[in-house]
Design a protein around this ligand. Structure first.
Ligand SMILES: NC(=O)c1ccc[n+]([C@@H]2O[C@H](COP(=O)([O-])OP(=O)(O)OC[C@H]3O[C@@H](n4cnc5c(N)ncnc54)[C@H](OP(=O)(O)O)[C@@H]3O)[C@@H](O)[C@H]2O)c1
Length: 222
């Protein structure tokens, strides 16, 4: 058995991704800052017959993130899929002229240092398996800077560049790297923006070779 590590696992997209990959046979490691919440989500998934465990870590705390991923691999099995989708903090979503250096430092920790920390931790295991996927999820500002959300626009640009480079260098090693861009809000039950539909898109990114970046829906005209 191999494991999907869902970094930023809440009741919305995180839970839907857990259910999709769990149904396909993956063990599930749920990572977010609040141990009680990931424990509750793990218990819900266990009650549905899936194998899931919760690990508390902030993506802005590299030591805690490394420890959580390490424990998950030891307790559940090697991490074949890393999905990175923590929900950005409100301070990252301020207009560009109100975005401070402190906001930006936090956003870069969240969207650049966090992914690099997580990828470096799981990559040796994927190489040993001879396969793997790293899946990034971002809002529309990950594909086009939006002056209404300065922090994510700047930090997601770094995350996207990192992910695109990973895609290119890891493809020959059978490690797939992809990005799902979700313009607009996630809406339960929606045909393109429902969590279950988005989880299916991530499953396709994991299983089907193709473009680095896919969109839940096309960006509106600039
Ligand atoms: N929600 C939307 O409308 C929307 C729109 C476009 C794109 N997206 C993308 O969709 C993904 C989120 O999906 P969702 O909104 O349905 O969220 P979700 O899966 O329900 O929950 C995401 C979880 O991220 C965790 N988180 C926040 N900060 C964290 C940190 N510093 N370290 C670790 N975990 C952290 C939160 O848990 P704790 O508070 O316990 O840490 C939260 O429960 C993100 O990639 C986001 O960019 C969302």
């Amino acid at each position: 058995m191999t494991t999907i590590a869902i970094v930023g696992a809440g009741k919305g997209l995180g839970a839907a991704v857990a259910r999709k990959f769990g149904a396909e046979g993956f063990e599930i490691a749920l990572i977010s800052r609040n141990q009680e919440r990931v424990d509750q989500l793990a218990a819900d998934l266990q009650a549905e017959g899936l194998t899931a465990r919760g690990y508390a870590a902030s993506v802005r705390d590299p030591k805690a993130l490394i420890a959580a991923l390490d424990r998950a691999a030891q307790e559940l099995g090697p991490i074949e899929v890393l999905e990175y989708s923590p929900l950005p903090q409100r301070e990252f979503l301020r207009p560009v002229l109100e975005t401070t250096v402190d906001d930006l430092a936090a956003a870069v920790e969240f969207s650049v240092y966090g992914p690099v920390t997580a990828v470096q931790q799981v990559l040796p295991g994927m190489r040993s398996l001879g396969r793997g996927s790293v899946l990034f999820v971002n809002g529309g500002s990950g594909a086009r800077p939006n002056p209404n959300v300065g922090g994510t626009s700047i930090a997601f640009a770094g995350e996207s560049a990192y992910a695109q480079m990973l895609h290119d260098v890891l493809a020959p090693e059978n490690i797939r790297v992809g990005q799902l861009i979700i313009p607009g809000a996630i809406r339960p039950g929606h045909a393109t923006h429902g969590p279950a539909v988005l989880a299916d898109r991530l499953w396709q990114l994991h299983t089907t070779p193709g473009d680095f970046r896919v969109f839940a829906e096309p960006l509106p005209p600039a």
